[in-house]
Design a protein around this ligand. Sequence first.
Ligand code: 5RP
Length: 228
Amino acid sequence: MTTTTALSQDELKTLVGRAALEYVLPGGIVGVGTGSTVDRFIDALAEIKDQIVGAVSSSVASTRRLQALGIAVFDANEVESLPVYIDGADEIDGNGHMLKGGGAALTREKIVAALASRFVCIADASKRVPTLGRFPLPVEVIPMAEKHIARRFAAKGGQASLRLVGGQPLLTDNGQHILDVRGLWITDPLAFESEINQWPGVVTAGVFAQHKASVCLLGTAQGVKTLT
Ligand code: 5RP
């Protein structure tokens, strides 16, 4: 009789975090995302830190973790391009379109992703969805526009709420606010991202369709599945 022990979500994150090392080019600078899955990647990256020049980071939190482990962090303006960007996702569909921003780092994540030739998404299998939208859509906004933007989402059937921390509006690394929008099914992520990006006061919509994942390393009970 064969017995299989189900891996915990945390173990799946560790598995994909380590698997992403395969996409890191020796002698290069790697784009690093944000979140608990990326934290596992950073831990694995520290083991090969002597083989890379350093990283460009998408958040203050990832920068701190990278530096604490002895990995040099470069400003995005110091590089022209990156071979690879490695980041997690809140949801990923069958085309590599993602919802991101659960960790409020979506704007810097989009910037670093735009510098990279390849976006490798690392996630546990629970993040794979047929259609984006069950996870509340994060949108970084300029505070004076948040009520107006919330009304525009309401007109599309979405309910936007301001993300709070300890009863106060969460401040992103860029000093802005986050609206989390529930109740939207995003069936055309490319068109949706373009539309929301044009609303005055929107800094970044957490739909990553224009810069979608080129590869997704999905942690499953059977091991790491590579989706391209
Ligand atoms: C942060 C993000 C993260 O990549 C996303 O929230 C997934 O995080 P985790 O790996 O902790 O589930 O977009 O802004």
